[in-house]
Design a protein around this ligand. Structure first.
Ligand SMILES: *[C@@H]1O[C@H](CO)[C@@H](O)[C@H](O)[C@H]1NC(C)=O
Ligand SMILES: *[C@@H]1O[C@H](CO)[C@@H](O)[C@H](O)[C@H]1NC(C)=O
Ligand SMILES: *[C@@H]1O[C@H](CO)[C@@H](O)[C@H](O)[C@H]1NC(C)=O
Ligand SMILES: *[C@@H]1O[C@H](CO)[C@@H](O)[C@H](O)[C@H]1NC(C)=O
Ligand SMILES: [Zn+2]
Length: 418
């Protein structure tokens, strides 16, 4: 009996040991009907710390937008009362975020002894070992290079996937935002699917014979590690560039595209902090340098985020349409049709600024302005039921359908882009 009790304690401390807990924190959904309701939500966020899940800060809220935010347990009663007093309807997405965090794992959240799996969320040590293993297993198809190191000195490994020398290339990154776990899961799924079906699936074989895919499985590695070890809801990286107590830059506000103008913040405590300068972050710099060095061959840039089920293309930093808007729209439509063909998952698509909200310093705009004309950002599943806490049993369907979109875009590049 005593022994069992002890075992229980060990398991609990291994899995959730020193991490921040979210017991009885709630996630609320609101849809402000008009400007005054928008202002009310913004006002709430100024008096109480709200963790915005969608959009990623209060600034971006406009009427009729789906807005999800997490509220600390001790504030939920106040916030719900205030919403009710002001005639705002709300829905409770999570009654207890801590429970959601634990339910996200199939079975016990005992992550320390789990093997790497494509249908589970893998911690960084598992992913980094996997990058070496998959390159060793498929030496003709996959090679691993290091493009930089993170603030906390972790190596940033990039997988080059394809047969033979580089012709046309597609750059794919996952995990810019730490808490969007489905994104790194997709990058791993992609490489597995590519290697497993090469020589069997006709389209994949053709794609890998004639294109090179550069896959960065986790861009914000330090942040990702932090979500596993300390704070599941962490978004930014882990650098400390300011003389405040706030850590982290939003790497998707740190690229050199209208840097720190619209939809970002120069306050280091903000979740959308743009950093002290464009490309100030080592992770941003590593990716930007790699892309600049390979700009002749890279024809498409695909970046994976969650959540809200959207396929976005430039621009984010302006409502003006991109010069190649019509073509981007057609490619996005075809990709979304392909994606939806499997499970009827509904995706919106369009230019970022008007489809989601305006931001600056984002990687897709930067890539586009560097000359990569096929630049897309995916916001993967779901649309708020689980948000960042998408359960592991939804990894497979999410990745399967997303593969169809990526293959569709890739075959377009193969066929029409020189
Ligand atoms: C949890 O993981 C530890 C370390 O890998 C292992 O020894 C232990 O048996 C696991 N506990 C459960 C309940 O699976
Ligand atoms: C960040 O660095 C500044 C200046 O060195 C320091 O005052 C501050 O305490 C640091 N913040 C954290 C959270 O470590
Ligand atoms: C995080 O952001 C800081 C600036 O706030 C930057 O100096 C650092 O390189 C970044 N680290 C990572 C891992 O992105
Ligand atoms: C991509 O989607 C378009 C439009 O649905 C379709 O015509 C085309 O065959 C698809 N290509 C591939 C390779 O799936
Ligand atoms: Zn994101």
């Amino acid at each position: 009996m005593k022994r069992m009790l002890l075992w229980g304690l060990v398991a609990v401390s291994l899995s959730v040991g020193f991490t921040r807990r979210f017991d009885r924190d709630k996630v609320l959904h609101v849809k402000p009907q008009d400007e005054s309701q928008v202002n009310f939500v913004k006002y709430l966020s100024s008096i109480v710390q709200l963790d915005f899940w969608r959009p990623d800060s209060a600034h971006a809220i406009v009427p009729q937008m789906d807005v999800d935010f997490r509220v600390g347990a001790y504030q939920t009663e106040n916030i719900q009362t205030l919403l009710e007093q002001n005639g705002m309807q709300y829905e409770i997405l999570f009654q207890n975020v801590q429970e959601g965090i634990e339910k996200q794992f199939d079975g016990k959240p005992n992550s320390s002894n789990r093997r790497h799996s494509y249908s589970k969320y893998n911690k960084w040590e598992k992913i980094v070992a996997w990058t070496a293993n998959i390159a060793a297993k498929y030496p003709d198809l996959v090679s691993r290079t290091q493009i930089g190191t993170t603030t906390e000195e972790r190596p940033m490994y990039l997988l080059k996937v394809g047969k033979g020398s580089v012709k046309k290339a597609i750059f794919i990154d996952c995990g810019i935002h730490a808490r969007e776990w489905i994104s790194p899961a997709f990058c791993q799924w992609f490489v597995n699917e590519a290697t497993k079906t090469y020589g069997k699936n006709k389209l994949m074989t053709k794609l890998l014979n004639r294109l090179t895919f550069y896959v960065l499985p986790v861009l914000n590695i330090d942040g990702y590690v932090w979500t596993w070890t300390a704070d599941r809801m962490w978004r930014k990286n882990r650098s400390n560039s300011s003389n405040t107590n706030c850590i982290g830059t939003d790497l998707n506000r740190n690229f050199d595209s209208a840097w720190c103008t619209i939809g970002s913040s120069d306050d280091s405590c903000s979740e959308i902090y743009c950093g002290p300068a464009a490309e100030s972050e080592k992770e941003t710099k590593a990716v930007a340098n790699f892309i600049r060095h390979n700009i002749q061959s890279i024809k498409a840039y695909l970046s994976f985020h969650s959540y809200s089920q959207m396929l976005l293309y430039p621009y984010s930093y302006t409502y003006e349409l991109a010069p190649t808007h019509d073509e981007l729209n057609n490619v996005a439509k075809a990709a979304v049709d392909a994606l939806s063909s499997l499970y009827s998952t509904k995706y919106k698509y369009g230019p970022s600024a008007s489809t989601i909200y305006p931001t600056s310093g984002s990687s897709d705009d930067w890539a586009y302005d560097e000359g990569i004309k096929y630049s897309f950002t995916f916001e993967l599943r779901d649309r708020g039921k689980y948000g960042f806490l998408l359960p592991e049993n939804l990894i497979k369907p999410t990745c399967e359908e997303t593969m169809l979109a990526v293959k569709n875009i890739s075959s377009y590049i193969l066929r029409y882009v020189s």
